[in-house]
Design a protein around this ligand. Structure first.
Ligand code: PLP
Length: 407
């Protein structure tokens, strides 16, 4: 039975800081004991490199590392662990794809992104377009702050090389219809490659890459209760096999002396150098933790919190609060960004912080989105499994005091 009060006990930070109200899981999720144990166990008891050593300890480490790859593949419904490339995070995964595809981009082609992208899924494409001197197209959001699907469809044409969009917006909370968008893109241009930024989806909604049919998917471990410095790039096997590595070094080569260097099979070919071994093993534990908790229950819990919070914020602050993102709760993940009574979001976040309530303020790495909304900054709260209605009550009580103090 899903119970946030019980789940909270899995997160040692609440033992150290019983008063903490953590409403910033979209920035990074807190870590359960199981994940901390997995990383610690590697550091204390294995501590060896992967793939190179022939002694049992190194072989065990390789086994644990590859087991984590299998866990990731299973978690997102990939066809094979070979489709999982470990990186240092979502940002690194998306930049890697941009580098991998650069060579094949032709004059006259274009790249399409959306207005709601995090800078990590905006700038690598903007830069790639600039390097290749091709068009960089930005699909707008509609009046309900969802991707304008009709406008997106118009931007995709026979010259489109890549379409990149997020599964869940890190500001609006919008859950985008990934499967529908991918199908729409492929219908207009079956050669166009689709990348989905799943950073805000991975720990909040079930993902099935086979259903999504996207060519690439990127996410970070740390937003899914795992450690920082680890990320995943999923790529369709047949596609990854056509791509040449862009980072060179140890571990990814078969024959470095051959006139034309021979590289390892996928995914190893894209993982030059020693990876974050303990971090990858801990990511496996984090995904096991989510599976044991049940993503369906996590989603229901976050939906009920969003509903409670939106209602309470609107009732309390009426026309002085502007909550951005879709009106329909069902279309939102556990993120609410808002402006309140002309008070600067930095002041709100600072004063809440003094009361041990952690929220995020600013542009949240989405300058194009904030510009489209006519806003310079917002305050963002984001939920995870350890949040409760009491957290929302404390937030609203403190916000009331802030409004009285600063309005
Ligand atoms: N994409 C989205 C939607 C995000 O919310 C974030 C982080 O906030 C990122 C990409 C970048 O993730 P990372 O900093 O872990 O690479």
């Amino acid at each position: 039975m899903f119970n946030p009060q019980t789940l909270k006990k899995d997160f040692p930070i609440f033992t150290h800081r019983p008063d903490l109200v953590y409403l910033d899981s979209a920035a990074t999720a807190l870590k359960p004991q199981m994940v901390i144990d997995a990383e610690q166990e590697y550091l204390e008891q294995h501590s060896t490199n992967i793939a190179r050593g022939l002694y049992p300890l190194a072989e065990q480490t390789t086994e644990k590392f590859e087991k984590a790859r299998e866990t990731v593949a299973r978690f997102i419904g990939a066809q094979s662990p070979q489709e999982i490339v470990f990186t240092s995070g979502t940002t690194a995964s998306i930049n890697l794809v941009a580098q991998l595809l650069e060579h094949g981009i032709l004059p006259g082609q274009n790249i399409v992104v959306t207005e709601m992208e995090h800078h990590s899924n905006f700038l690598p494409w903007k830069e790639l377009a600039a390097r290749k001197n091709i068009e960089f197209r930005i699909a707008p959001i509609d009046a309900d702050e969802r991707i304008d699907l009709a406008a997106l469809a118009k931007l995709v044409d026979r010259e489109t090389a890549i379409v990149a969009f997020s599964a869940v917006s890190n500001v609006l909370g919008t859950i985008n219809p990934v499967q529908e968008i991918t199908a729409q893109v492929k219908q207009k241009n079956s050669q166009a490659l689709v990348l989905v930024d799943a950073a805000q989806a991975i720990a909040h909604i079930p993902i099935d890459v086979t259903e999504w049919d996207a060519d690439f998917i990127a996410f970070s471990a740390h937003k899914a209760f795992g450690p920082t410095g680890v990320g995943v790039l999923y790529g369709k096997q047949a596609l990854l096999e056509t791509l040449s590595p862009v980072t060179f070094g140890g571990g990814m080569v078969l024959d470095a002396c051959a006139p034309t260097t021979l590289y390892q099979a996928i995914p190893t070919r894209f993982e030059a150098g020693t990876p974050n071994i303990g971090g990858v093993i801990a990511l496996g534990a984090a995904l096991d933790y989510i599976s044991a908790t049940s993503l369906a229950d996590i989603r229901l819990h976050e939906l009920s919190l969003i509903e409670y919070a939106v209602q309470k914020l609107q009732e309390t602050f009426r026309d002085t609060i502007r909550i951005i993102g879709p009106q329909s709760i069902q279309e939102r993940s556990g993120i609410i960004a808002f402006t309140l009574a002309n008070i600067h979001p930095h002041d709100i976040a600072h004063l809440l912080g003094e009361q041990n309530i952690c929220v995020r303020a600013g542009e949240h790495c989405t300058a194009p989105l904030h510009r489209a909304l006519g806003l310079s900054a917002t305050t963002r709260i984001s939920f995870s499994i350890y949040n409760t209605e009491q957290d929302v009550d404390r937030l609203v009580d403190e916000l009331k005091k802030i409004v009285l103090l600063l309005k």
